[in-house]
Design a protein around this ligand. Structure first.
Ligand SMILES: Nc1ncnc2c1ncn2[C@@H]1O[C@H](COP(=O)(O)OP(=O)(O)O)[C@@H](O)[C@H]1O
Ligand SMILES: C[C@@](O)(CCOP(=O)(O)O)CC(=O)O
Ligand SMILES: [Mg+2]
Length: 399
């Protein structure tokens, strides 16, 4: 009975969120915080889904879920989203269209409709996801979830098996393309940066439709992430920027161009010979400030995010919102010369506001699969989730 774990990281966008949706360059890295999925076949033709992070536990008869006939470009996703299928699935899951739970369930079933083979159809499967990432806080939980879903369904249905003749790069590409479809279900109009970073890992400069450029040196940077715990949805923030853009294109386009130049300047700083690290970090901090100012002008800051900036700047630290904004997370650059006492103080001050501070590594591995020798149960997976999480070093990453 095939049984697999899949795992993929969240991400932090350093520069370029929102602008990246308009084809500008953005800079981002994978996080040490990850999501983990369990997928395994069962014998009663049911799909049993358990997503505790969004309080969803549901089971469906596998034959009741709509299935797609072979399409052009198989096994890569079709060029455009199937909106009829989306409407059908929204009705089928019957959880409302805009809730956390329904988006997660529809994204899973959307991929299921395309990827399920006859072999899986006669059996059914269990599917569980747990995440160490805060959901809806700007650290790419939706992309991390989407990559876990895509990897799990592709693996269970044999698309990644040796017999298919895909090398590692092609496997990652297939996962990334399907994860992007799931992100589209959740976000509406994603740029693709989040699923790409979650699939590939590392630190990259990303522009829609172009080859990914690795950004060496990034791993040595240290950040504090602060979750303001103010809920927001990426889809809503992206739509608000779109409205502003469409109303005042001549005002907004130069702002997006300026954001583009921030990533280019960041790259220049890293590749500048002879620039000592103290100067590099000081310049980086200035770009953090400028990028936040532009994002605030686009209307995606929030009083809680301004509070993070105010507190950190009192201690000489630079912060900006990260992800879609409107709440969620901010990142703060911790320069090498910042003492551990200062970090403790800033964390205390931020936590006193009710915020949650996290320090995590940036630029680690991307998506991975672990084949289980013994099938497990959903209950056991959830009961022992910590040890599964800690087994991360044994995972077969696509790297
Ligand atoms: N662990 C998870 N389990 C199920 N669904 C998840 C999980 N993490 C994220 N999601 C999905 O992603 C959505 C949040 O996405 P989004 O608004 O883009 O925020 P984020 O910045 O965290 O990516 C949730 O509403 C849910 O549909
Ligand atoms: C705002 C945006 O640039 C990043 C969104 O990231 P998150 O979902 O808030 O983690 C949107 C996108 O790139 O698709
Ligand atoms: Mg997201």
């Amino acid at each position: 009975m095939p049984s697999y774990f899949t795992s993929s990281p969240g991400k932090v966008i350093l520069f370029g969120e929102h602008a990246v949706v308009y084809g500008k360059v953005a800079t981002a890295g994978s996080l040490g915080l990850r999501s983990y999925a369990l997928i395994q076949t069962r014998e009663d033709k049911k799909i049993e889904v358990n997503l505790p992070d969004v309080q969803l536990a549901r089971s469906w008869n596998i034959n009741d879920v709509p299935r797609q006939a072979r399409w052009e470009g198989y096994p890569y996703p079709p060029q455009s989203m199937n909106t009829d299928l989306l409407a059908q699935l929204t009705k089928f899951v019957d959880l409302g269209s805009q809730t956390n739970r329904s988006q997660a369930a529809i994204a899973l079933l959307y991929l299921h409709s395309f990827l399920t083979t006859d072999e899986t159809l006669v059996r059914g499967y269990d599917f569980v996801v747990r995440s160490n990432l805060p959901v809806g806080a700007g650290l790419g939980s939706s992309a991390s979830y989407s990559v876990c879903v895509a990897t799990a369904l592709l693996q269970l249905n044999g698309y990644l098996s040796a017999g298919k003749g895909l090398d590692v790069a092609a496997q990652r590409d297939l996962v990334n393309q399907w994860a992007f479809q799931a992100e589209k279900v959740i976000h509406g109009n994603p740029s693709g940066i989040d699923n790409t970073v979650s699939t590939l890992g590392g630190a990259v400069m990303f522009r829609k439709g172009e080859k990914i450029e690795p950004l060496p040196g990034f791993q040595s940077l240290r950040f504090l992430l602060t979750n303001t715990r103010v809920p927001r949805e990426t889809q809503v923030q992206v739509a608000n920027v779109r409205k502003l853009h469409d109303k005042f294109p001549t005002v907004v386009n130069p702002m997006l161009d300026a954001i583009n130049e921030i990533s280019n300047s960041c790259k220049d700083i890293f590749s500048q010979d002879g620039l000592d690290r103290a100067h590099l970090l000081a310049r980086f901090g200035e770009l953090v400030d400028v990028n936040h100012g532009l994002l605030a002008a686009l209307g995606v800051s929030h009083p809680s995010l301004e509070k993070v900036r105010e507190i950190s700047s009192k201690l000489g630290l630079k912060s900006k919102l990260t992800g879609a904004g409107g709440g969620g997370c901010a990142l703060t650059l911790i320069r090498d010369d910042v003492s551990s006492e200062t970090v403790v103080v800033v964390k205390q001050l931020l936590e006193a506001e009710g915020f949650q501070c996290m320090e995590t590594s940036v630029g680690g591995p991307g998506a991975g699969i672990l084949t289980l020798t013994h099938p497990t149960t959903i209950a056991e997976f959830l009961a022992h989730e910590k040890s599964y999480f800690e087994a991360t070093q044994n995972w077969a990453y696509f790297v």
